[in-house]
Design a protein around this ligand. Structure first.
Ligand SMILES: NC(=O)c1ccc[n+]([C@@H]2O[C@H](COP(=O)([O-])OP(=O)(O)OC[C@H]3O[C@@H](n4cnc5c(N)ncnc54)[C@H](O)[C@@H]3O)[C@@H](O)[C@H]2O)c1
Length: 220
């Protein structure tokens, strides 16, 4: 199915498990995807991009470390000069060092903080000016169930990084202040679109969710 409007979409960790599937799905809808991932996964990214292209999609690999401010500056400048805009940033890159507290070093803790949380801060920092200039844009942050509840089989450090992502997302959404952070009242179509998504097969793994179609009113 082709999207109503083709969007320029950046996906961090775009060559990884979830990122590559997102990229394939979004490219098949006609969007232009940029995979932002480590230089060492170039081969994996190239294979994915070749497949996308053969199927009529468009995609580019940008080798970078999402914890590097310089890399973010360069990546955003490159995309804007090539594509002219950034419609969506998916902050998806993440790592999980599977160690309990007693066995985890402080360096490992900080590494998880840098990749899982620091990258979300940096990506947001560098795309916000572009999106403000365009007067539109969407940032999607990949948290986790562990960003909502503690989980006995998941390292505490991972839970700490993901809960930070959850609250950072709410704080950034709330910054567009006003009674409705998105700045307009709900239209009937907004509700219909949410229902359409829930009815579709694309929502088949969603269960027990309270989906607020409220422009961010309850995001705090
Ligand atoms: N897979 C799951 O079950 C699951 C569940 C909940 C949340 N998540 C979250 O979804 C996201 C993607 O998970 P996944 O399973 O696809 O992981 P994955 O390990 O398959 O992919 C992660 C990608 O991030 C990239 N990456 C790691 N560090 C980087 C860095 N410093 N700079 C640039 N890229 C870097 C890796 O190269 C890799 O391509 C993560 O944030 C993860 O925490 C995953």
């Amino acid at each position: 199915m082709k999207a109503e409007r083709e969007k320029v979409i950046l996906i961090t960790g775009g060559a990884g498990g979830l990122g590559s599937v997102m990229a394939a799905v979004l490219a098949s809808e006609g969007h232009c995807v940029y995979l932002l991932d480590l230089p060492q996964v170039k081969e994996r990214a190239d294979i994915l991009l070749q497949k996308l292209t053969e199927e009529g999609g468009r995609g580019t690999f940008i080798p970078m470390d999402v914890t590097s401010e310089t890399d973010w500056e360069t990546a955003v400048r490159t995309v804007v000069s090539e594509a002219g805009r950034i419609d969506v940033l998916v902050n998806n890159a993440g790592i999980n060092i599977r160690k309990v507290i007693e066995e985890m070093s402080f360096d490992e803790w900080m590494q998880m903080m840098a990749v899982n949380t620091g990258s979300v801060f940096l990506g947001t920092k560098y795309v916000i000016p572009v999106m403000k200039e365009q007067k539109e844009g969407l940032i999607i942050n990949m948290s986790s169930v562990c960003g909502l509840v503690g989980h006995m089989y998941t390292p505490e450090a991972y839970t700490a990084t993901k809960s930070a992502v959850t609250m950072f997302t709410r704080a950034v959404a709330a910054e567009r202040l006003g009674e409705v952070p998105l700045g307009r009242l709900c239209k009937a179509e907004d509700v219909a679109n949410a229902v359409q998504f829930l009815v579709s097969d694309q929502s088949s793994f969603i269960n027990g969710l309270s989906l607020a179609v409220d422009g961010g009113t309850t995001c705090y």
